[in-house]
Structures are given as C-alpha cells and as structure tokens.
Design a protein around this ligand. Structure first.
Ligand code: H2U
Ligand code: ZN
Length: 344
C-alpha cells in the first residue's frame, strides 16, 4: 500500500511541524485545464501607478526614470530605525524593542512585465539587486527578508512587478525556527539539512525543475497546494555568495517556475515568495543553505483558492492533493508563458 491510498501526516524537518494529507479526497473529478482569462492586459506604463518611473508616490516624491531594478525606502515602513529601548515589561507579557528598515524593490520600470515575462538578463539584475541589498543591510541588521507578494489574493494591490525588503535587528520567528532545526541537524549528522533534502529529491516525483545547479521541488511537507522550494545543489549560505553562473542559472529557473505557475490556470498566479539565507550573526553558519519558498494560495482554478482556516488554524495544516500530484501538474504545463505563445 502506498501513501497515496492512506490518510497520513508528513513531517517538515525545517520547522518540525506536521501536515495532514488526505489523498482520497482528490479522487473527485478534476475540472481540467482552464483557459486564459480575458482580462485587460496592463500597459507598460500606467499614469496612476505609484511605482512607474516619473510618477508621484503617496508622500509627493517623484520616482526617478529608473531603467533596471530600483529600490527605495518604503514610505509606510513597518520597522523604524533605532527606537529608544528604555521601557519596562512585566511578568508573562514580554516585549523587546525592534529596529529595522523597509524598502520596496521594483523589478523593472515596465508595469506589465512580471518575472516570467522579463528576460534572463533582467531577472539576473533582480538577483543582483537582492544580493546588493542583503550585503548593505546585513551590515546593520541580523535579518534581511527579501520577498514578493503577488496578486490581490495575497493582499498586493499594485500589479507593477515589485518585491519588498524588510531588515530587522531580530531574527523573526520563521527563520529562527529554521535556524534552530538546521543547526541541530548539522550538529547531529555533520551535514546540511537542505543539502541532504536536495540530494534525496533529485530525479524524484516531487521535482518540478532540475538543472545542474538548481532544484525546484514541491516539498514533501508542502502545506499550500502548489507550494515549491527552490534549492541550490551546492553549498551556499546567502544570496550574495552566488557566483555569476549560478545567478544566470537561477534567473532561468525563476522565469520557468513563474511561467509554469501562470500556465497552470491561465492567469497571473498569485503567491508570496521569499528568500531565506543565513542570518547575519557572528560565528559559523555552515548549517544554513540558501533557499526560496513560494507559497501560492490557488487550489483548483484562477478563482478557487485554499483557505488556511478551521482545522488549519486550530489543529494542523491539511491538504488533499499530494505534493507528488502537485509536482506532476506543474511539470505537465508548458515552461513557456501563455502570453508568449507563438513567439520564439
Ligand atoms: P505590496 O507589495 O504588499 O503591494 O506593498 C507595496 C508597498 O509599497 C507597501 O508596503 C509601499 C507600501 O507601504 N508604498 C510606498 O512606499 N509608497 C507609496 O506611494 C505607496 C505604497
Ligand atoms: Zn507601474
């Protein structure tokens, strides 16, 4: 009997959490391929977009006529530089003061070009920008979170392709758990946890993209239906340590992954994605392996999403589609974006 026939739980070695898998529920008929939606394609420049070059932002500043990726200080930052630490906490109700900076990173001046529609050179420039920002902020902060929120379903109101960068004086919860788990695994085995995961996954049923340097998998422990993990097949701790060839390779992998996502339901696929590299703490960080998580909410079509509610909020996360089935679907769609069909 295989796991596909059994209700089971899978363990996430990166976080220690479990996910409940109920594969029998996917025996319901699959609605099949959904045609691309007839939505108005955005223009290359939108007069009312606060991220387009030459336009005005909420604080009356005018954006420069930038030509490549461009980062600016978020006008409504969630973190502030150097707060006054002089305050008291009491008993159970602990607190700690946090200092940080938030930036917005436009991937390109073109309002209509999401990651899969950018050229390899342009995505490489975004990777370079992520690396430069990490170097600069990593000098002052222990954690630099690079991320992209894409689509209204993920609370992103502006379709202009952009990400965010939040740097903080503390290591936030998710990376703190990953740090602890990777460190414990390294101490116990002498190996890096994610290097072992990549080695075990290569050529297997959860692979979506495999190149000599990179692996994209629907992880064994995925909680979102089409969640993926981007893993290097070499030891690297931070994005700024990637060499030029590894960056070019990664640019292609990101373009292909995001094109496959869009092709799945013929729509701009919403997701939150972000990079996890070693925290900027003193000492050996050999236990860390740089990786990116993609968390897309869609389940069955451009409009049917998974909600993390009820059992998920109160007990543990649950999924129907197995990670192997999700990987199979992502492999079965074209690596070429639907809007580029007919082009070379
Ligand atoms: P999303 O990626 O979640 O859509 O956020 C866009 C960010 O842009 C958001 O954090 C910032 C918001 O604070 N922003 C500016 O910095 N200036 C503006 O003029 C509007 C929005
Ligand atoms: Zn724009």
């Amino acid at each position: 009997m295989s796991l596909t026939d059994l209700v089971h739980r899978r363990h996430n070695p990166l976080t220690g959490r479990w996910v409940l898998v109920s594969p029998h529920r996917t025996k319901r008929p699959w609605l099949g391929q959904i045609e691309p939606q007839a939505v108005q394609a955005p223009r290359a420049h939108e007069a009312d977009c606060y991220l387009c070059p030459g336009n005005m932002r909420a604080n009356d500043e005018i954006n420069p006529n930038y030509e490549g990726p461009w980062a600016f200080e978020n006008d409504f930052p969630a973190l502030l530089v150097g707060c006054n630490p002089d305050f008291e906490t009491n008993g159970l109700f602990r607190a700690e003061v946090v200092s940080g900076e938030c930036r917005v990173l436009c991937f390109s001046p073109n309002h209509s070009q999401t990651l899969p529609l950018l050229s390899k050179e342009q995505v490489r420039a975004v990777i370079d920008c992520w690396a430069e920002q990490s170097i600069e902020l990593g000098v002052r902060y222990v954690w630099v979170q690079l991320f992209e929120n894409k689509g209204a379903a993920m609370g992103c109101s502006n379709p202009h392709p952009h990400g965010q960068i939040w740097a903080s004086s503390h290591v936030p919860d998710e990376p703190a758990i990953e740090d602890e788990r990777q460190r414990a695994y390294h101490t116990e085995t002498g190996h890096s946890l994610l290097t072992d995961v990549a080695a075990q996954e290569a050529g297997g049923p959860r692979v979506v993209i495999e190149t000599p340097d990179w692996l994209v998998i629907v992880p064994w422990w995925a909680t979102w239906p089409f969640e993926t993990l981007v893993l290097p097949r070499f030891s690297v701790q931070r994005i700024e340590h990637l060499n030029p060839a590894q960056r070019y390779g990664l640019a292609d992998v990101l373009r292909e992954l995001t094109a496959r996502y869009d092709n799945l339901f013929g729509c701009p696929f919403p997701y939150s994605m972000g990079w996890h590299g070693a925290p900027y703490l003193p000492g050996d960080q050999r236990h860390w392996i740089l990786h990116a998580h993609f968390y897309p909410p869609l389940l069955r079509s451009a409009t049917v999403r998974k909600f993390m509610v009820g059992y998920e909020m109160l007990a543990e996360t649950q999924r129907d589609l197995t990670p192997e089935q999700a990987a199979e679907r992502l492999r079965s769609v074209s690596p070429k974006h639907y809007s580029l069909r007919g082009t070379r």
